[in-house]
Design a binder for this molecule. Structure first.
Ligand SMILES: O=C(O)[C@H](O)[C@@H](O)[C@H](O)[C@H](O)COP(=O)(O)O
Length: 614
């Protein structure tokens, strides 16, 4: 449905929106994210397309403020798009003429929803002080794009001067895969400090500048920017170490690959595709907390990056790689995994200022977000796609990722989907070697028994994932119910081994949970004593109402320590449990209502399981 309202007012637009929503039963507004786009006329169409594609995965309101002709009489032309090609979104395009083009905030305020988180995006020119601007002051997060400006380096300096928590830039977002590969490459023995680094790119490339800033802030070593010819984009990164350099060099065939070379090992071909505008925007829309790593790169790293020489001189001097390494596809570099030294800024004892920013981000965090798909396979495919993106971002930021798998049919379907991606070469080995897999619960039966969740994961293709066996943390097996507590204690100890200082579990990036018809999750069943456990991260169950009776389960303190909790639920027999669990908080009769992620809680449902949410 598209409705044009020429020469109109926001009051009329607001009334028309209500009428159309009632007519087409549009998305339940509630806590839907609002994406505010402030854009000049010439970039408007591309921006609307990217915003629509970026929000296809989950409902959003898109309010586009187009700065049309600022001369002449003030006028507002509006267009409302709901349903159809607006996907799950409601799109309102407001073209502002004359002096209205300078009153964007006043024009859009009546259209905002009281409790909807707001993300503002400037696809092109943005105010010098983004957070201080009238539109920026409305938003929880603010997205700029230094790559679209005439002088990107100047823009980044301006971003730094006016930085406020919640600011980010798509020139940074486009670096996630580069950062994941570089962080993962330092996961390889010998573990030694990086003595210096060089980023080679065309002059004024903002992504290259931010990548250099990230390396300087994270590795605390000299970093230089080497200039390549105009139009070559971001060419390569060299990390100098005592045993020899690590080189990440983009392929020159314009393909989506690069070569990663470590001293003493042959070059390996890795995937290195630049995300589309919509993919980069979608990545930013997934979080509402401040991006500390971006802030460190921009504020602490970038100012100490030195301007190097030209690429040809640097190659002659042996300071940067000449080109992509010769790839020997037969090799398999030996990699062991441990947490990085120095490359975990957020572990570098964040100051109270940073903590306050993170807390502000947490309090604004988007609550439950429902994503509905046709059937279980479609749910599993979508979960697998998103999980791959989250793992790459986690490895980019911290050098490792921790994912908790779930048993049950939906959980197994996700493993099947991940295994298919691995066989298709879509899971970058360098990255997934830094991934740790855990289970939210396990049946206490002998190893390999078909009832075990890990056995069902094995049958679904777990071995195809390029994870290291030592990073697949299986719950101890057994059959004597009297030994279940001991197994639980051993699993708790293994969790603690991988936990950061002061924590009992690792930084759990995503916890996947199936949900039973009684709203149980993991092996936490309604009204059972394991729900009351607060001083341990695991517990034994000897009387599970769902066979088999003896199990080991993570407890609520462990599950709720997760950054993101994803309920993966399919089938009409779950619709009531989904409705009841989402309708309350912390009810031990509905264990799923007791689990939320620190930053995010998503419900990945098929139509049948979502049937009662309409
Ligand atoms: O060990 C288990 O049984 C599971 O971990 C359990 O919590 C499961 O996830 C739910 O019972 C949903 O199972 P289905 O997805 O098969 O319905």
């Amino acid at each position: 449905m598209i409705r044009d309202l020429p020469s109109t007012s926001t009051r009329t637009v607001s009334k028309e929106l209500v009428r159309i929503r009632n007519q087409v039963g549009a998305i339940a507004m509630g806590r839907v994210l609002t994406l505010l786009v402030s854009v000049d006329e010439e970039l408007a169409d591309d921006a609307i397309r990217a915003a629509n594609d970026a929000t296809r995965q989950h409902p959003a309101r898109i309010l586009v403020l187009v700065r049309a002709n600022s001369r002449g009489k003030g006028r507002l032309d509006a267009q409302i798009r709901v349903g159809g090609d607006a996907g799950a979104s409601e799109i309102v395009v407001l073209r502002l003429y004359g002096d209205l083009s300078r009153q964007q905030a006043a024009v859009v305020t009546p259209l905002l929803l009281p409790d909807s988180p707001i993300v503002a995006w400037w696809p092109g020119d943005a105010p010098a002080d983004v957070a201080g601007s009238p539109v920026g002051q409305m938003a929880n997060r603010r997205i700029t794009d230094a790559a679209t400006g005439p002088r990107p380096a100047t823009l980044l300096k301006r971003r730094a001067r006016h930085y406020a928590p919640g600011d980010t830039d798509l020139a940074w977002t486009r670096l996630t895969r580069w950062r994941a590969l570089l962080a993962a490459s330092l996961e390889a023995a010998p573990f030694e400090p990086v003595e210096s680094a060089a980023v080679t790119a065309e002059p004024d490339d903002p992504s290259a500048a931010l990548l250099a800033g990230w390396l300087a802030a994270s590795l605390r070593c000299p970093v230089s920017l080497v200039r390549s010819a105009a139009g070559t984009g971001l060419v390569s990164v060299r990390l100098d170490r005592a045993s020899g350099p690590i080189d990440l060099v983009r392929s020159t065939d314009g393909g989506d690959t690069a070569t990663l070379t470590r001293a003493g090992s042959p070059a390996r071909l890795v995937a290195l595709r630049t995300p589309t505008l919509a993919e980069a925007l979608a990545e930013e829309l997934r979080r509402l907390d401040a991006d500390e790593v971006y802030a460190h790169a921009l504020l602490d790293g970038l100012p100490v990056v030195t301007r190097g020489t030209t690429r040809s001189r640097a190659v002659r001097a042996g300071q940067v790689p000449d080109g992509p390494g010769a790839v020997d596809t037969s090799s398999r570099s030996s990699v062991s995994s441990r947490s990085l030294e120095g490359l975990t800024p957020s572990e570098r004892g964040s100051d109270e200022g940073v903590q306050a920013r993170v807390d502000a981000g947490l309090s604004a965090a988007r609550e439950d977000d429902v994503r509905t798909f046709g059937d279980r396979d479609a749910v599993a495919e979508a979960v697998a796609d998103e999980l791959v993106r989250r793992v790459e971002a986690a490895v980019a930021d911290r050098g490792e990722a921790h994912v908790v798998l779930t048993g049950g049919s939906a959980g197994t379907a996700v493993t099947t989907a991940l295994a298919a991606r691995a066989r298709a070469g879509e899971l970058e080995r360098e990255v997934w070697r830094c991934v740790h897999l855990w289970w939210g619960d396990e049946r206490f039966v002998p190893a390999g028994h078909e009832d075990r969740n890990d056995a069902q994961a094995d049958a679904a293709g777990l071995a195809d994932l390029p994870v290291l066996e030592r990073n697949v943390h299986r719950v101890p097996a057994g059959s004597d119910p009297d030994r279940a507590e001991e197994a639980a204690a051993r699993y708790a100890a293994e969790l603690a081994t991988h936990a950061p200082e002061g924590s009992r579990v690792p930084h759990l990036d995503v916890v996947l949970l199936g949900v039973g018809p009684d709203a149980h999750v993991a092996s936490l069943f309604p009204g059972r004593p394991q729900l009351d456990v607060t001083d341990r991260t695991t517990a034994a169950v000897t009387d599970s109402p769902k066979p088999p009776p003896v199990r080991v389960t993570l407890t609520l303190p462990a599950l709720t320590a997760a950054e993101a909790v994803w309920f993966v639920v399919t089938g009409e027999d779950k619709a009531r449990a989904v409705e009841r669990a989402r309708g309350t908080h912390d009810d031990h009769e509905m264990p799923a209502s007791c689990v939320r992620g620190r930053l995010e809680t998503l419900w990945w449902l098929d139509e049948a399981a979502a049937a009662r949410l309409r």
